[in-house]
Design a protein around this ligand. Sequence first.
Ligand code: SF4
Ligand code: SF4
Length: 128
Amino acid sequence: MKLMLHVAPGIVRKPIVSSVILETKALINIERAKVDAVSGEIVVDVDPEKCGEVKAAFEEKGVKVVLLENPIIKDEDECIHCGACISICPTGTFHFEGSLVVADAGKCVQCGTCVAACPQRALKLVLK
Ligand code: SF4
Ligand code: SF4
């Protein structure tokens, strides 16, 4: 299960991910991270069985956590199956099945690249 972590100013310099790993003993894979001196946005992948515990541990440390259950939505009425998103996605979220482009949303790390690249504006990121 993927989680989006929003790390606020004031705690971004703390070793929060390491602390949560030690505390929960969960394997946490960092899939995308954009961190600077004042804030951070990190996507991690966590064993579904540990997800609730890990989420609570991050929240306890002041991190806002969003579950990425279905991170990318494709509007099937707008998609023309051109394949542009297949070429550009760094995680292999899209593939052809016959002549149709389908998404395996579980691979998406919400980098946003495909949203800008889609000529039909058929893709949107979901935050919830
Ligand atoms: S880039 Fe847009 S229109 Fe093209 S296959 Fe992907 S979602 Fe469909
Ligand atoms: S936002 Fe688009 S390009 Fe980025 S990982 Fe998700 S599906 Fe791939």
